[in-house]
Design a binder for this molecule. Sequence first.
Ligand SMILES: Nc1ncnc2c1ncn2[C@@H]1O[C@H](COP(=O)(O)OP(=O)(O)OP(=O)(O)O)[C@@H](O)[C@H]1O
Ligand SMILES: [Mg+2]
Length: 265
Amino acid sequence: MRTGDKGRARRVALVSLDGVGKTYRGRGGAWEAVRDFTLDLAEGEFFCLLGTSGCGKTTVLNMVAGFEPPTAGRILLDGREVKGPGADRGVVFQGHDSLYDWLSALDNVAFGPRLRGMGRRARRAHAQRFLELVGLAGQGGKHPSELSGGMKQRIQIARALANDPRILLMDEPFGALDALTRATLQGELSRIWAGTGKTVLFITHDIEEACALATRIGVMTRGPGGTLKAVLPVDLPFPRERTSDAFMAVFRRVHALIHEEMARP
Ligand SMILES: Nc1ncnc2c1ncn2[C@@H]1O[C@H](COP(=O)(O)OP(=O)(O)OP(=O)(O)O)[C@@H](O)[C@H]1O
Ligand SMILES: [Mg+2]
């Protein structure tokens, strides 16, 4: 957080995680998934959170989304404590089961605007704009079961953006896609991010994906009690040239941090 001089606008982080912890208590007993996680996300940044399986990435995202309350610390969005889910956060999941199969692609995208009371014509035109943004202009009449995996992920992105959220929260959204589709969607997301100026918190365990998309990469320690191990700025122009020396240098640094965690007993 940066505080300006008196009389100048105060710049507050869009999202602020302050000493956040999460201990699950269930049938398996208590499990400390996340410990003392502190991070400020600035408006417009693309933050990739990386870490080994089970280190607590989804737990962090679920707490920012308001699906799970932290058991320590607090999370602020625009200076206000997160108490539950809200339309100011658009969530995109790894699977595509979250689409409503009984609605067309267009109506899936128009669902949030409908809940907010937008009229039928207006919300369909609004949804159509976001379908175009994700490259599915002519596919709005299809139902989710008639779409490919990559198309379903594009619909999820369009649906999240149609609510004009302050931040997109994405949990391994391309994890289930083949390598080619994945690379295509990475490029599209990067273009959409640059075009809309949205803030993105993106979870992945794919180092190359993080290096291709992020303005900053956060690497988590291995659980239990996963926390931020390091945050690296990635000052490379977009679209990123994945075979360039500069890209490879970032890749190697992140790779070393992750492998340190994997090697830890
Ligand atoms: N609802 C829950 N109840 C109990 N323990 C949980 C729950 N959700 C997650 N955990 C535990 O918390 C830890 C972190 O899980 P989380 O899903 O956040 O990891 P992750 O980093 O997203 O892993 P992956 O890369 O495999 O998706 C794991 O040990 C997991 O077993
Ligand atoms: Mg996860």
